[in-house]
Write a protein that binds this ligand. Sequence first.
Ligand code: OGA
Ligand code: MN
Length: 280
Amino acid sequence: MTIAFNPLHPVFAAECTGIDIGASIDATTAEAIHAGMDKYAVLVFRRKTALTTQQQLAFTRSLGELEGPYTTIRAQEGMRLESEQLSDISNLGPGNRILEREDRKRLFGLGNQLWHSDSSYKQIPAMYSALCAHVIPPEGGNTEFADMRAAYDMLDASAKRRIEGLVAEHSRIFSKGALGFRFTDKEERDFEPVHQPLVRVHPRSGRRSLFLSSHAGRIVGWPTPEAMLLLRELTEHATQREYVYRHVWHVGDLVMWDNQATMHRARPFPDAIYPRDLRR
Ligand code: OGA
Ligand code: MN
């Protein structure tokens, strides 16, 4: 089958057809996917059923290295998924029970509703994220994506000059902390901020983009209120409707995004009633 990219939005995001992502991906196919990501930054692969854990890990590995382990916030009763290499993006605990309202994993997961770029709080932030839908609620729970390259391009010359060379500090303390989430002393130590440039150049496409994330909370050398205001103002600019693609999930979808070129956020749903099970 021939590989095709069908745009889903005027600025970015496409559906990719002609690749069986459940089978092994050869080097030529992997390169076609990278090229599609360079252009569209968000790719949607639709399947009738969700990938198995082994299929999803194999697909992901065909495009790059998996991220190493990091401090996770678990549900009271422990882990739900069998593999430590999958991130459990769900409102469920072991046995697929819906998490209690006060469960720390639930409260932590609510932070995904803030615009962010995955793992921007790590020394080496995430390149791609691949999220696969197992169970979808009947209402709400969409995921929105915003194009940070378009957001950079649309800044006027003086705004570009103002932010050139700035370095932001990123930590989960800033993102989850903004929602009032409480950390243990150990988590506070583990979540020491890391430095990231505010403008970055994509290693493959060479395009410049805004490196924003809810995890960004300070700018090196700037007073905190001024830094937070600039980050907010840029985030507002970068998430205007014309730069946003909204993904409405179907079971079996795998959506892959380039964290180097986009931000994303989850949208709310009635999470006390319906399960939502996505795996990244
Ligand atoms: C993620 C994420 C958003 C969602 O998996 O990194 O932010 O809609 N997910 O669940
Ligand atoms: Mn995320």
